[in-house]
Design a protein around this ligand. Structure first.
Ligand code: ADP
Ligand code: MG
Length: 252
């Protein structure tokens, strides 16, 4: 039997294949790494290399085609669908590039939503927790606004409040600054930093090397695989020269 470890997540040889219209896409191959409890990691790599697919698997929104994923020392494939939904709801917070707030709910209602799926949280407690989460992101003065009445930066701060209102042990952020200018991007990064300092485990996908520097450890991906930084640079260069050669050939 394997010994329990301090890892919150353990991935061994994860592969993910999508089958669409008889086309096989190998989105992930041989992905292998751990994330320790309380650790903050960044995931960087070119568009289409499998970052969002990886986060979906980590967040139990999707399952790997093969390989093993242990969350909290429990093999995920042994967890029932109902229990997965409970874990997703209670233990995992998500932040997306496109904010994904619900347009016909107010700021208050959007942030309250994860708590309404929980048993045993009274209305008064929900109100207090939503208020506290919105104060934390500096949006408590916009309770009754609708998402369309907010700027992008404000919407993302509300989305961060929604992700943290349930006090998740794992926070997954998929390019959380992708639609923000640098001022708002930095504000969101400062919030993530604060969450990390208060004990959250964070995995954040980002394109921006400046933001990757906020993490304690960087993971690099290329074409569905986890690679080291030098390998990523080399593979990128090779890809660029292949593209250049193609363009030259097309011109002549
Ligand atoms: P990234 O987030 O790094 O840009 P993704 O994880 O979104 O990359 O995608 C990795 C690969 O898997 C891409 O080739 C993408 O087209 C493919 N892919 C992602 N989701 C699906 C899906 N639901 N069905 C089919 N192919 C998918
Ligand atoms: Mg993506």
């Amino acid at each position: 039997m394997t010994q329990p470890t301090n890892a919150l997540l353990e991935l061994k040889d994860i592969a993910k294949v999508f089958y669409t219209d008889e086309v096989e896409t190998h989105a992930l191959s041989g992905v292998h790494f751990d994330i320790q409890r309380g650790e903050y990691i960044s995931i960087t790599g070119p568009s289409g290399c499998g970052k969002s697919t990886l986060l979906s698997i980590l967040g139990l929104l999707d399952s790997p085609t093969s390989g093993s994923y242990r969350l909290n020392n429990v093999p995920v494939e042994d967890i029932s669908a109902a229990e997965r939904a409970r874990i997703r709801n209670k233990e995992i917070g998500f932040i997306f590039q496109a904010f994904n707030l619900i347009g016909d709910l107010t700021v208050f209602e959007n942030v309250e939503l994860p708590l309404t799926y929980r048993d045993g949280v009274s209305k008064a407690e929900r109100r207090d927790r939503v208020q506290e989460a919105l104060e934390r992101v500096g949006m408590a003065h916009r309770l009754k606004h609708y998402p369309s009445q907010l700027s992008g930066g404000q919407q993302q701060r509300v989305a961060v409040a929604r992700a943290l209102v349930g006090k998740p042990s794992l926070l997954l952020a998929d390019e959380p600054t992708g639609n923000l200018d640098s001022k708002n991007g930095e504000a969101v990064m400062a919030l993530l930093d604060e969450l990390h300092k208060s004990g959250s485990t964070i995995a954040m996908v980002t394109h921006d090397p400046r933001y990757a520097d906020f993490a304690q450890r960087k993971i690099f991906m290329f074409d569905g695989r986890v690679v080291d930084e030098e390998t990523l640079h080399r593979l990128r260069k090779e890809e660029e020269s292949r593209l250049d050669a193609q363009i030259l050939r097309a011109r002549t």
